[in-house]
Design a protein around this ligand. Structure first.
Ligand SMILES: [Fe+2]
Ligand SMILES: [Fe+2]
Length: 162
């Protein structure tokens, strides 16, 4: 389990502990997400990025963290096939799976359901949902950039200087 870089106070709250200690949440380490990153570490990263924004915007921090941790709780590896078009369908899968295991408030439900906006048509209703929507895109972009840095163009394909 990676270290989860938010203040200890929040990590020890029962609302957060019940998620990060959930075996199915931890099993997300086995589902590949973007590039070289798995779903567990992606979700932790989104929560870490959302946290300071939530503090700055005086948002509901616990709901922001819970929604961020669960926003991709769809519990399958989309590289092996997904029910429907993954990009569009996984917020609904994640919400269904999360709601079966955790008692979610309306903010947390909205965070999970709307985090792919504008790919999915309905915009977030709450500032916490906007925060996670943005944090998710920052995190995913960072994952892709890291992946591209690992690419090495073979010497024979280097562009010739004219
Ligand atoms: Fe997602
Ligand atoms: Fe995500």
């Amino acid at each position: 389990m990676s270290k989860f870089c938010i203040p200890e106070y929040y990590k020890e709250l029962p609302e957060i502990v019940e998620i990060i200690q959930n075996p199915e949440f931890q099993f997300m380490v086995n589902y590949r997400h973007h590039g070289n990153v798995d779903c567990l570490h992606h979700s932790l990263s989104v929560a870490e990025k959302a946290f300071p924004i939530a503090v700055r915007l005086n948002a509901d921090i616990i709901s922001t963290l819970r929604g961020a941790l669960l926003h991709d709780f769809y519990l399958y590896d989309w590289h092996d096939g997904a029910p429907g078009l993954h990009g569009y369908s996984h917020p609904y899968s994640a919400l269904r799976e999360a709601a079966q295991r955790f008692d979610l408030n309306c903010i947390e439900r909205d965070i999970i359901k709307k985090h792919m906006f504008p790919l999915t048509p309905f915009p977030p209703l709450f500032r916490e949902s906007w925060i996670v929507c943005v944090a998710d895109k920052i995190s995913a972009t960072g994952d892709y950039v890291e992946e591209m840095k690992r690419w090495r163009r073979p010497a024979h394909t280097q562009y010739q200087r004219l």
